[in-house]
Design a protein around this ligand. Structure first.
Ligand SMILES: CCCCCCCC/C=C\CCCCCCCC(=O)SCCNC(=O)CCNC(=O)[C@H](O)C(C)(C)COP(=O)(O)OP(=O)(O)OC[C@H]1O[C@@H](n2cnc3c(N)ncnc32)[C@H](O)[C@@H]1OP(=O)(O)O
Length: 92
């Protein structure tokens, strides 16, 4: 069984990369994950990330983790990314 935190890391990376491509530099402000079914250790899964909406600095992304044939839903996620400037990263 895969650990929830490891699954969250996969989802944050995929949705964060997606948001970065759409909006430029962003940080994760909110990551809401519903764990529906366990992911067996060693299995291959599919992550599907979709843009829900963009509002100003906010990019809302949803993501589903399923079995590769799509028949089993493992997790459902909604995530909020906020556009940031370089000065934010430097603590400004
Ligand atoms: C060919 C090769 C290609 C390679 C491609 C590579 C490209 C991709 C590259 C790399 C991708 C990597 C992807 C990784 C992704 C992972 C990213 C992370 O995990 S980041 C670490 C975890 N996140 C933090 O540590 C954030 C900590 N939080 C903060 O720093 C701040 O809270 C921040 C920046 C998120 C927001 O702070 P503020 O001061 O800028 O903004 P404020 O004023 O607080 O909020 C603005 C608006 O957003 C709402 N808001 C803020 N936080 C919210 C929340 N949690 N939930 C709901 N609304 C929120 C507020 O209510 C406000 O809304 P109103 O404008 O009034 O409508």
């Amino acid at each position: 069984m895969s650990m929830g935190g490891a699954i969250a890391t996969m989802i944050d990376t995929v949705t964060g990369t997606h948001a970065t491509f759409l909006s430029g530099p962003v940080m994760t402000a909110n990551l809401n994950i519903n764990y529906r079914r366990p992911i067996p250790l060693g299995s291959t899964v599919l992550l599907e990330s979709s843009l829900e909406k963009k509002e100003g600095r906010k990019t809302f992304i949803t993501c589903r983790v399923t079995s590769t044939d799509g028949s089993k839903l493992h997790t459902e996620t909604s995530a909020l990314f906020l556009s940031i400037t370089a000065s934010h990263l430097l603590g400004g």
